[in-house]
Design a binder for this molecule. Structure first.
Ligand code: SAH
Length: 240
């Protein structure tokens, strides 16, 4: 059987993955490690580790968010998706979502376009560019769900993600370790972007002994037009 670690983890999370889904994850693994020999996509390449640290970790999101009957085809964006996480694993499990993958590195975009073909998944848009700039275009306030993992510290992250959320949409941000101070110094940035912290959901899986959490933010007010700032300011001078 393929993807045994992933299957065991998903069972604990109450997520059903059939043979078809596991076969897609297997293709994903093979393409990722193949392309990774020619370009730097990820430092994690070992079979078991890719299953847990990339795929299973992405799929902790359904603990706090799932497509609903009233909104069966939600729009989801993954900002700074890199090799496609957490967006692609979520799309494999919920094929009905309309997914946008965004990254500022062109070689990652090339890989993602190839992967999308290999997996045969519909409704995936792959966009190259910086979040600060793309949030001023048609992507602004257009998504039911905004995802980001490993992109930036929380204050910067708030400015790079919340502008993409629709009102009443959510940002679900993967974090790990002790984030109390990071959250504290991001309070103002979250509020300024029109966000409201809903919960910090601990991920309680033996696969992750490093205090992983999902930070859940709801968009409660429009983001003021001046945000996100350009010229690298969200990174160089985060809102304090
Ligand atoms: N989400 C992936 C990759 C994290 S690394 C994972 O969890 O494994 C961060 C990624 O964000 C890199 O691929 C980098 O190219 C991209 N990135 C960094 N700054 C960005 C920005 N301002 N806008 C869009 N993408 C950005």
């Amino acid at each position: 059987m393929v993807m045994e670690k992933l299957a065991a983890g998903l069972e604990k999370l109450g997520i059903n993955a059939g043979e078809h889904e596991l076969a897609l994850f297997q293709i994903y693994y093979e393409e990722l490690t193949d392309w990774n020999q020619r370009m730097n996509l990820t430092a994690i390449t070992e079979y078991d580790k890719v299953q847990t640290l990339h795929f299973l970790d992405s799929l902790t999101v359904p603990a706090v968010w799932r497509p609903t009957e009233s909104r069966p085809h939600p729009r989801v964006i993954d900002i700074g998706t890199g090799a496609g996480v957490p967006g692609i694993p979520l799309k494999i499990i919920f094929p009905q979502i309309r997914l946008t993958l965004m990254d500022s590195t062109n070689k990652k975009i090339t890989f993602l376009n190839h992967l999308k073909q290999k997996l045969g998944l519909n409704d995936i848009e792959v966009i190259s560019g910086r979040a600060e700039e793309l949030a001023r275009q048609q992507y602004r306030e257009s998504y039911d769900l905004v995802l980001a993992r490993g992109l930036a510290p929380m204050a910067t992250l708030a400015e790079l993600t919340i502008p993409f959320c629709k009102i009443a949409g959510r940002a679900i941000l993967h974090k790990k370790g002790d984030i109390a101070e990071e959250m504290n110094s991001a309070k103002r940035a979250i509020a300024t972007m029109g966000g409201k912290l809903i919960e910090i959901k601990p991920v309680e899986l033996s696969e992750f002994p490093d205090n992983r959490v999902l930070v859940v933010i709801e968009k409660v007010a429009p983001t003021p037009e001046i945000y996100p700032r350009g010229q690298g300011l969200p990174i160089k001078r985060p809102i304090q």
